[in-house]
Design a protein around this ligand. Structure first.
Ligand code: TRP
Ligand code: SF4
Length: 358
């Protein structure tokens, strides 16, 4: 519904690497919040397939398929192409172009000291990450954000350092390539129309983090839910699979026998109840667990009910989109066109500021 107010809404941008079908942790950590932002802001959400290439360059064969799965989960999870722009990063070539220009002004030290750089190097030992592309991962992310002149970037704590380097790069760009005074708006009216002061002073405004509140979401083994631990529940898991996965889930380790009372506060099953179950169910669990009035099997059954109910509308939408692959293609193509249009608007200013021809 593009109307005059659309232009004045603040802009939000976020992306996700295509790691395959999304799990409850991905959902609660990002998508769930994005769905709530799309009504209030002008939103751009994308699948970061170029970021996947920074680690999977030697065998990119799964990236396209994973990208499609994540896009399907975006739509199933409630991103509405009528309300926000959903696209695939590599479809919008301007990201690549801005990444190159920004690479010219980025000191190596800034990239080398991003905390995720060393961590990932140490963790992903099966891959050779001594590449230019991998070092430049946060810079590509900066280009993603700055190219939409985004006001807000909804991310979890793990991505805050990347938004911080984005702000530093924007500042450096603006210092090297200030807008000429003659490019400032000519009338007070135009100045007032600018959403934020930055808009007419700098080519690349500094974005702000919109920290995603992320509840503790353990996987079935009690550790953080993560694809690499193999402890996930997928948004697309059918009901019997959800029940089967929850059944052996780790509980309060002190509750060994059925008639031992337990402590929900140290039980990962209860952490999930806190996210997905109603206040009444949580109260029933607290009471039943601490008095040994219920068994863990029963408790997990209630949790499964809540998770199944939460996922029902998501799976319904997934089926609809899965049965119409052409529709999904169309949505992503239209999204890329809209995103490219907005990105190109920034690029025209960037090229001019750097003395390149448009
Ligand atoms: N690096 C992010 C992640 O691993 C994904 C991402 C790529 C992103 N580009 C972005 C997030 C731009 C926010 C904004 O989850
Ligand atoms: Fe955990 Fe529920 Fe068992 Fe209590 S009854 S230990 S909350 S699974």
């Amino acid at each position: 519904m593009p109307n005059s107010t659309t232009e004045q809404r603040k802009r939000v941008l976020s992306g996700m690497r295509p790691t395959g079908k999304l799990h409850l942790g991905n959902y609660m950590g990002a998508l769930y919040n994005w769905v709530r932002l799309q009504r209030e802001y002008e939103c751009y959400f994308f699948v970061a397939d170029l970021h996947a290439l920074t680690t999977d360059y030697a065998d990119p064969s799964l990236i396209a398929e994973n990208t499609r799965e994540v896009a399907l989960d975006f739509l199933a999870g409630g991103l509405d192409p009528e309300q926000c722009v959903v696209f695939v990063q590599s479809d919008v070539k301007q990201h690549t172009e801005l990444h190159l220009y920004l690479s010219m002004i980025t000191p190596l030290g800034w990239l080398e000291r991003v905390p995720t750089y060393k961590e990932q190097m140490e963790n992903l030992t099966t891959k050779d990450l001594h590449t230019y592309g991998f070092l430049g991962y946060p810079l590509l992310q900066s280009a993603d954000i700055l190219i939409y002149q985004a006001d807000f970037v909804p991310v979890g704590q793990d991505q805050v350092a990347h938004v911080e380097i984005t702000r530093e790069i924007a500042r450096r760009f603006n210092q090297f390539y200030p807008k000429k005074y003659s490019d400032y708006p000519k009338s007070v009216g135009e100045i007032l129309k600018a959403r934020i002061a930055h808009e007419f002073m700098y080519v690349l405004p500094e974005p702000q983090v919109l920290l995603t509140p992320s509840p503790k979401l353990p996987g079935t083994d009690g550790r953080k839910m993560s694809k690499s631990y193999g402890n996930t529940i997928l948004l697309s898991d059918p009901e019997p699979v959800i029940r089967q996965k929850l059944k052996p889930m780790v509980t309060d380790p002190a509750r060994i026998r059925r008639n031992d009372p337990g402590n929900p506060e140290v039980c990962p099953v209860f952490d999930l109840h806190k996210v997905f179950s109603s206040a009444e169910t949580q109260q029933k669990v607290r009471e039943g667990c601490t008095t040994a009035g219920i068994g863990c099997i029963e408790c997990k059954g209630w949790l499964a009910d809540a998770v199944v109910a939460e996922l029902a509308p998501i799976q319904e939408r997934r089926q609809k989109y899965e049965s119409k692959p052409a529709l999904v293609e169309e949505i992503l193509e239209a999204g890329a066109v809209r995103a490219a249009k907005r990105a190109e608007k920034t690029m025209v200013e960037v090229r001019a500021a750097m003395g390149l021809s448009n």
